[in-house]
Every structure is written in structure tokens, then in C-alpha cells.
Design a protein around this ligand. Sequence first.
Ligand code: NAI
Ligand code: X2X
Ligand code: MG
Ligand code: MG
Length: 343
Amino acid sequence: MGLNAGALRRVGVTVAQIWKDSDVSLEPLKGRKVAIIGYGSQGRAWALNIRDSGVDVVVGLRPGGKSWELATKDGFEPKPIPEAAKEGDVIAMLIPDMAQPEIYEKYVEPNLHEGNALVFAHGFNIHYGLIKPPKNVDVIMVAPKSPGPKVREAFLSGRGVPALVAVHQDYTGKAWDLVLALAKALGCTRAGVIKTTFKEETESDLIGEQTVLVGGLMELLKKGFENLVELGYQPEVAYFEAINEAKLIMDLIWQYGFYGMLLRVSDTAKYGGLTVGPKVIDEHVKENMKKASERVISGEFAKEWVEEYKKGMPTLKELMEKVKEHQAEKVGKELRKLMGLEE
Ligand SMILES: NC(=O)C1=CN([C@@H]2O[C@H](COP(=O)(O)OP(=O)(O)OC[C@H]3O[C@@H](n4cnc5c(N)ncnc54)[C@H](O)[C@@H]3O)[C@@H](O)[C@H]2O)C=CC1
Ligand SMILES: CC(=O)[C@](C)(O)C(=O)O
Ligand SMILES: [Mg+2]
Ligand SMILES: [Mg+2]
């Protein structure tokens, strides 16, 4: 199957529908309690932002853990997951994707009431059929296009991060109003919220994080660092050049776009970058991206990840250790200390 522009239509959305803050009301959340299950990257940001938006929040956690302690420090009174799920009218699943099916089945599903809403921040478990909710609840998603801590940081700065919203099941007939209200309570409508489907969000999120955001970006910076070191330049120079400054250039792209970034670097960098860049990140890279995308779309990646999780994540653990051992990490730690970024 070719992955061309036409393939986009497969996901059921052709023209982007975007909501902004003034289009959306918080009214659907009035008098309803939001149960946040999990207090990690997204969970903490959601609980704090939704509470600050004047909505009643209960945090559901495993008793005695680190999250319990942190949520208590933040002024919540966390409850065991089954109790929070029972109390909540709107139940947000914000524990790791792989942990969700079991926790859902054991503690959440038995406590769902007719007309409740089950909320996801990523479509994985619904799209790949690992969680099958009952027919008498709404099943919705607000997927912030941002790491959790930035969801909180942006909310506090008054800006908000963009998000995708979707409705998988509209039992009450009011699921769209609710999902938009949640996006507003998270601060996401301030930046813009786009209508999507669980399929489009799941596939594009996985493809994005594998080929660009997490996999692609890190590999590019790592190889850029290694290349400089192998050529005999100082590792500290390589770190500042290929890793630290990448953030500063990315900030310019973030704020002004490609063209705006180019206007702010030297003509020498513009000419060198525009002529050499496509030779380094060439069509082979795009072909590799397509292959990775096919594995996401076919469900092959999801199957592999579930198997890895069931084995206790040996590959993930090994790869994480290897990252820690990389020279860029060792040099970087010292330099980040120097710049006052890390203790
Ligand atoms: N990390 C991020 O920035 C983003 C995450 N998402 C989605 O948000 C959801 C939550 O992901 P994260 O915030 O990364 O999760 P996380 O890994 O930060 O979750 C940690 C929380 O889950 C709890 N937890 C972990 N394992 C558990 C288990 N077996 N049983 C009960 N509780 C458990 C921990 O105590 C902690 O409170 C996922 O669906 C993810 O795909 C979506 C956008 C970005
Ligand atoms: C932060 C985010 O949006 C990711 C990369 O999709 C994720 O953490 O899963
Ligand atoms: Mg993701
Ligand atoms: Mg994402």
C-alpha cells in the first residue's frame, strides 16, 4: 500500500476542524468529578490544570507509592484506583499504555456507571482493541501534543499546548461537548484543538515519536555528536554544537517556522544547511520512515511492544542503560551543570 497524501483520507478526517478557547465552554464539566488515574507525566499536569480550571478532581493511585506522596504534596487526597473510578463521572486513564488494560479490567470497568466518560490521552489501547469499554459510557480522547511537564508549564504561562480530540463512542450524545470542555480545562484550547479519530491520533503519534520526536531526533543528535568526536574535536565542543544548540535552533523553528529560523542564522549557515542537509538526511531516511510507519499501521509494532512488556521489557531496559553510558550523556551532564540546567 502506498502512503501518499490520499492515504490521509483513510482516517476519516479530510479538512482540519480547529477549536480555540472562545469556541468552547467548561459548562459540561460543572457538577461532574474528574478522576485522574495515575500521577506521572500527563496525570500530574492534568490533575493540576483541571483543578486550577475550577473543576472537581480526584486522583486515583496505588497506595503508598511515590505518586501518592507527590499528589499529597500538591494538595490532593489521593484514593485507591477503584474508589477514585467509582467517585469519578469522568475517568481519565493516565498510567502507562501497557499497564492500562489490566488496571482497567480489574479496577475501572467494575466501577463505571451508565453515562460516565472514559478518557484517554493516547488512542493505543482503544485503537488496537486492548481495552473494550461497555456500550453505556462515552469514550473520548484529549491527546496533548506535548510532554506532560510542558502541559503544566504552558498552562501556567497562560499559553497552553495544542491537542487532538476524538470521540470513539458517544453514548450520551454529548461526548463532543465534554471532550472539548476537558481540552479547555487543560489549557489546550488556548493553543488550538484539532478534531481527529482514535486511529489517526494513535498512528500519527507513534509514527511521529518513532521517526521524529524521540527516535529520529535523538539519533540525529547522537550521530552528529559522534561524527564530531570521531573527527577528533573535543567532546565538549561536539556537545555544544550538535546537541545543546539544536534546542536553540529548534526554538527558532518553533516560534518562527523554517523560513523564520533561516532568517536568524548566518548566510553561511543558510547556504551550507540548504545544500548539504538533504544530502545527509536523504531519501533513504524517508524510505526508512515509511517502513516504520507501515509497521505501526499494520499493528506489528503494537504486537511487538505488548510482547516486550509481557516479558518484563528486557530490550527497553537494556537500551535505556546504553543511553546512560553514551559519551554524550556523560559530557552533557557536566555541561548542563555548568549552564545551571541540572543539579
Ligand atoms: N508522557 C507524555 O508526555 C505523554 C503521554 N501520553 C499518554 O498519556 C498516558 C500516560 O502516559 P504517561 O503520563 O507517560 O505515564 P507515566 O509513565 O508518567 O505514568 C506514571 C503513573 O502511572 C502509575 N503507574 C505506573 N504503572 C502502574 C501500574 N501498573 N498500575 C497502576 N499505576 C501505575 C505511576 O504510579 C504513576 O502515577 C499514556 O496513554 C501515554 O501514551 C500522551 C501524550 C504525551
Ligand atoms: C510526549 C508525546 O507526545 C509522546 C512522545 O507521544 C509520548 O510521550 O508518547
Ligand atoms: Mg506518544
Ligand atoms: Mg505524542
